[in-house]
Design a protein around this ligand. Structure first.
Ligand code: PMP
Length: 440
């Protein structure tokens, strides 16, 4: 059988007949643009807490999913969805209290000034809407992003997501800046260098007659290689942009909802005040809900001149799920746990680095870690082939992670916030064994 979607003959040989049939059927029905994780794709049938189960009943420790962040099928979210679905599910053109209670509760987690929220269904839509608002407010079109950014899939936003692939052509109104890579640029330099790059990008836009509108940044630079960087390093670049009249859009789709441990929102690590913040992924623990949090004075003229309605955005069932997520983050102290378990995990991996030369850098914030693998610590030469082996080797041992960065040589470790110490210990043990098996 010819295998679709980049599966090699060697990969195909390791698959069961049922897996082969599913892959072929998927390609036939869904077309060629989708990608599966792992050389031996996972056929998941059930999730519970930090575990995913495959069709054979094997369980996998989920150290990757940032959607079911508070735990797969969390009973409080399941119950909230069921209760609300049994009573009412309409949209935002009727008066309804749930959306207002949730908006109030959500906005209370933001610094004063970020006082209004608009709801969408996806992070892509949230970024799209944020950019429209920023352009309307500033009268500009120019956008600055990082070189291997990912911000979503709408027409406008996919063009600002170079990590989607070589088919993406950067539009004339966009400028990319070097990702703030503290490992290569040095932790003490990265803030200034990043600010210099942003300043140069603004100047270049203006030199080409393009008025800049926004600096759009992922709070943890996930697709660029999980570049959490030292706390505060972003402040200088944000100041440069805001002083020049650009709006800073903090894309918190990856770094929000307690993921970074030290705060509810990733931008808070840097002591900066965004003009707009976009949210998504873990917001409804799997129920589609996302949004834009914004300063009211920025939204004012947009709201006067443009009507906003999003059929499913902010519907009562999604808001009920999102409310349950916020409640659980508070009640189960998941922010504190993200910080504590994240630090334990990072320490454990740093200890592994003492005996595994392949580990060049361990970085991150809270329960979002990047582990950069290099073939040579002095030259920092990327170990992409070895990274693929580790990701697939971990999967074979029952632990799920992925890889990030332009060369895919960075282990992307993003465990559920529901992780306990025992899960972190299991993870470290599995990574140790897997690294021992890696061949050049
Ligand atoms: N921004 C970032 C930083 C993301 O990681 C993603 C999703 N991976 C998005 C935006 C888009 O979110 P969605 O897939 O919900 O459209």
């Amino acid at each position: 059988m010819t295998m679709p979607n980049g599966f090699s003959a060697a990969d195909a040989e390791r698959l069961s007949e049922q897996e082969r049939r599913l892959i072929e059927r998927r390609a036939r029905l869904l077309g060629p643009a989708y990608r599966l994780f792992y050389e031996r794709p996972l056929h998941t049938v059930r999730g519970e807490g930090v575990w995913l189960y495959d069709n054979q009943g094997n369980r996998y420790l989920d150290a990757y999913n940032n959607v079911a962040s508070i735990g797969h099928c969390h009973p409080r979210v399941v119950q909230a969805i069921a209760n609300q679905a049994a009573v009412l599910n309409t949209h935002t053109r009727y008066l309804q209290e749930g959306i207002l209670d949730y908006a109030e509760d959500l906005l209370a987690t933001f610094p004063t000034g970020l006082d209004q929220v608009m709801f969408t269904c996806t992070g892509s839509e949230a970024n799209d809407l944020a950019l429209r608002i920023a352009r309307q407010y500033t009268g500009g079109t120019g956008v600055i992003i990082t070189r291997f950014a990912y911000h979503g899939v709408t027409g406008t936003i996919s063009e600002l997501s170079p990590s989607l692939g070589s088919g993406i052509t950067l539009p004339a109104h966009a400028r990319t800046v070097r990702a703030p890579d503290a490992y290569r640029l040095g932790a003490e330099n990265v803030g200034k260098l990043f600010a210099d790059d942003v300043r140069a990008a603004i100047a270049d836009l203006r030199a080409h007659g393009i008025k800049p509108a926004a600096l759009l940044l992922d709070g943890i630079f996930a697709s660029d290689g999980v570049l959490a960087g030292p706390p505060g390093f972003l402040a200088e670049a944000v100041k440069v942009a805001q002083d020049e009249g650009l709006l800073y859009i903090a894309d918190e789709v990856q770094s929000g909802f307690a993921r970074t441990g030290d705060a509810m929102w990733g931008f808070q690590r840097h002591g900066v005040q965004p003009d707009l913040v976009t949210l998504g992924k873990p917001m409804g623990n799997g129920q589609p809900i996302a949004g834009v949090v914004v300063r009211p004075e920025i939204l004012e003229s947009f709201g006067r001149e443009v009507r906003y309605f999003n059929t499913f955005g902010g519907n009562p069932v999604s808001c009920a799920a999102a409310q349950a997520v916020l409640d659980v983050i508070r009640d189960e102290q998941l922010q504190e746990r993200s910080q504590r378990i994240g630090a334990f995990l990072a320490d454990g991996i740093r200890q592994l680095a003492e005996r595994h030369e392949l580990i060049g850098d361990v970085r991150g914030a809270g329960l979002f870690l990047g582990v950069e693998l290099v073939t040579d610590r002095a030259s920092k030469a990327p170990a992409a082939n070895q990274t693929r082996q580790v990701v697939n080797g971990m999967r074979e041992r029952g632990v799920l992670i992925s890889a990030a960065g332009p060369l895919e040589n960075i282990l992307k470790i993003r465990p559920l916030l529901a992780f306990e110490q025992e899960h972190a210990e299991l993870f470290i043990d599995c990574l140790d064994k897997t690294l021992k098996d890696v061949t050049a």
